[in-house]
Design a binder for this molecule. Structure first.
Ligand code: HEC
Ligand code: HEC
Length: 411
């Protein structure tokens, strides 16, 4: 995939949530222990860190988020406030195959509820049969992400991300080409349900791409998962087994929470309360093709955006909520099980012995310092996996308000 394809799409309609941000890129420590920027001349040797200062947030709506007290509400863009009718419309559009150029795929084709809105494939398969270099991400608490997709520092809002799957050509997902732009709108207008739903959501029956994208983004903000057994444990409503508690201890001791920390188990978390954030990407030593830390050319991490050599192989630390159901893992689905992922972090990288991807990720010079060999016993590794499974939220995976409305056949 080219950096161009992922960069803000010219069609990006919805005004960006964070355009008021002060954006500054500079070199910095990967482990978050120093606040200072690296000196200018060492910049190429340090992974990119974005320092963002956010304006004070005033909610543009009175949406009831129903969150536990340790989970502050997200920032909703002022020009796309939450509204029940808009969310309802967005849900239909998310599941509507007519939204793809050739009518074969919906967002939900690659983002299935029972898999925490991922698709079970290592790499996504677009509507025209093209294989994506990366896997479909789980969509869990996406309203709070600092940036979107596996590694794109230029996509700071859902409104900015959504043109990619719809109009993107490198690679194709829904494949709405220039020819199909008007055709898809006609298809939707021909469904007698839609004009009324657009009117309820936006005030008039007009069906436009801008409205389609705003409605889907509003629906995406309702993909909220805060009812795992771990949440119930935090709230004193459930207990964890000894193995799970030991896994939680290992999770802290092995510093997993430096990158997968906070209420959403990721360091890229922005809420109504956030005023400052350092946005980071991390190389976890999955590949080391040449001894210098090289990654396969089709997916080189945020380096594709920043062109900073120190960012090769650096990806966003995704949320770990519902991780049990979103296998296979990592940006390219290269690890099949949670046991393998835990082995990677316990060994301090992934060692591939043969084949075109052979190389010792443990020895990558680009790897984060936090990914290093740790003396974890087989029992501790198993307990860590047991803990990760406490982050599964069955209510989220079966919530009828997030399910396919076409199946239900009702509004
Ligand atoms: C062909 C499969 C496919 C389809 C169809 C698809 N996606 Fe995705 N989605 C992906 C892949 C692959 C990624 C990761 C992209 C990357 O990192 O380059 C992704 C990432 C995302 C993300 C980023 C999540 C995060 O945490 O950063 C969002 C949001 C998203 N998709 C929403 C949508 C919406 C909305 C639609 C429909 C308009 C859609 N997707 C259609 C495969 C798909
Ligand atoms: C230096 C930051 C960092 C640390 C420390 C870290 N991770 Fe990660 N983790 C990441 C990144 C970045 C990815 C995605 C890497 C990729 O796709 O190439 C990831 C991916 C994962 C995934 C797969 C996610 C998915 O959706 O495919 C799991 C599970 C995971 N980490 C668990 C852990 C555990 C358990 C620990 C501690 C033993 C840990 N991580 C430590 C940054 C980190």
């Amino acid at each position: 995939m080219s950096a161009r394809a992922l960069f803000a799409h010219p069609r990006a309609g919805g005004a960006a949530l964070l355009c008021a941000l002060m954006l500054a890129a500079c070199g910095g420590d990967d482990d978050g222990q120093t606040g200072a920027s690296a000196p200018e001349d060492s910049r190429a040797a340090s992974p990119t860190v974005l320092h963002w200062t956010l304006p004070e947030y005033v909610a543009p709506d009175d949406w009831a988020w129903n969150l536990p007290d340790y989970f502050p509400p997200p920032r909703v863009p002022a020009d796309n406030p939450m509204r029940a009718e808009k969310v309802a419309l967005g849900r239909w559009l998310f599941y509507d195959k007519r939204l793809s150029g050739n009518g074969t795929q919906a967002c939900a084709t690659c983002h299935e509820q029972r898999r925490a809105f991922s698709d079970g494939r290592a790499r996504a398969l677009g509507s025209t049969g093209v294989v994506h270099p990366r896997g479909a991400m789980a969509l869990v608490n996406v309203a709070w992400n600092a940036t979107y997709t596996w590694a794109n520092s230029a996509l700071p809002s859902l409104e900015r991300q959504i043109p990619n799957p719809i109009f993107g050509t490198e690679p194709v997902e829904l494949g709405v080409s220039d020819d199909a732009v008007a055709v898809v709108l006609e298809r939707l207008r021909a469904d007698s349900r839609y004009p009324a739903m657009f009117a309820a959501a936006f005030g008039t029956e007009q069906i436009s791409w801008q409205r389609i994208m705003q409605a889907i983004a509003s629906f995406e903000r309702t993909l909220v998962s805060v009812n795992s057994r771990y949440d119930h444990y935090l709230q004193g409503k459930a207990t964890l087994t000894d193995a799970e508690l030991n896994g939680l201890r290992v999770f802290h001791e092995a510093q997993c929470d430096t990158c997968h920390g906070g209420p959403n188990f990721t360091d890229q978390f922005i809420s109504a309360d956030t005023r400052e954030i350092r946005v980071r990407y991390h190389n976890v030593g999955l590949y080391n093709l040449d001894g210098q830390g090289a990654y396969p050319a089709d997916s080189e991490g945020v380096f594709e955006i920043t062109a900073n050599l120190a960012d090769i192989g650096a990806f966003r630390a995704p949320t770990l909520r519902n991780i049990e159901v979103s296998a296979p893992y990592m940006h390219d689905g290269s690890l099949a099980t949670l046991e393998e992922v835990v082995d990677l972090f316990a060994e301090g990288g992934w060692h591939i012995l043969e084949g075109p991807l052979a190389g010792d990720g443990r020895a990558s010079p680009l790897k984060s310092r936090l990914v290093r060999a740790r003396a974890l016993s087989a029992q501790e590794r198993a307990d860590l996996v047991a803990f990760l499974k406490t982050l599964t939220d069955p209510a989220f995976l079966t919530d009828p308000s997030l399910s396919d409305p076409f199946q239900e056949g009702a509004r």
